[in-house]
Design a protein around this ligand. Sequence first.
Ligand code: NAD
Length: 324
Amino acid sequence: MATANSIPLELRPLGNTGLKLSCVGFGASPLGNVFGPVSESDAIATVRQAFRLGINFFDTSPYYGGTLSEKVLGITLKALEVPRNEYIVATKCGRYIDGFDFSAERVTRSIDESLERLQLDYVDILQCHDIEFGSLDQIVNETIPALLKLKEAGKIRFIGITGLPLEIFTYVLDRVPPRTVDVVLSYCHYGVNDSTLENLLPYLKSKGVGVISASPLAMGLLTENGPPEWHPASPELKAACKAAAAHCKEKGRNISKLAMQYSLLNKDISTILVGMNSIQQVNENVAAAVELATIGKDEKTLSEIDDILKPVKNETWPSGIQQS
Ligand code: NAD
């Protein structure tokens, strides 16, 4: 049987950036205690294990835990004691614990604050965080030009945008000059319950934009423990995912493993960004990828899950402000 470290984790190119990301990426929002408390020593051990098993991509934001995630990720990366070019770090700007601000002045100040918390000289990717909560025209005309200056200054290598509604990505990418936005981070749209990102992949490929897909476990819906209190899904979607998890458990399978494997199958997506807060979760998620590469997918159980989730397939929830 394949073990977590029996073969190297696959690296996939990220659009035109030249970066190669591990197919499983480390989502650091749990390090900001977003899914429950995590001690600093557990955080260090979790990130160390992730890096040891081949995860080279770490994503955070000043918003997660009100800057806590960035601070803890900075401490954990330093504790690795490896050269800076051996890991890839993405953080975000424009979303903070006290609200949204995508102004040039705020995002320019934001990167300096992030670099200090992360204890880094530069980040690989700076992403405008959840742009559907701001004016998309401001993102195009003010925020992205400010980020281009940060690129010239060497504080960031690449520019990204993130958010939930998929149409925000085409709105921005249709309006910025080619090769200004390098990366798109979509979440909760490429998993067993919602795979709508698939329709956008040919467009993103044609633009040379790298694709990061986050939340393969639908922010906890596709776990045996279920989602956190704040989860925005409808009661119907929550109930269907709970039923799918129970079905897997009954068969001696794990819903999270199957969900990871489903998301990893599409190689046009560079990395599947999963939030992790323990060595066990790192081991399980890397093992899911290794097992998929060596043994293949569990087609039968995936099709049973698909049947259970059919009534809520591609159901999402509202996010952001209505754009004019
Ligand atoms: P996720 O779907 O990755 O689920 C995370 C939850 O699943 C956590 O509770 C985690 O402890 C648990 N988990 C992880 N592995 C598990 C396993 N093997 N078994 C059981 N439970 C497991 O959701 P997420 O953390 O919100 O998303 C991943 C990352 O993507 C975030 O940490 C963040 O970095 C990024 N993200 C960005 C945006 C954005 O930019 N707007 C939105 C969502 C996520």
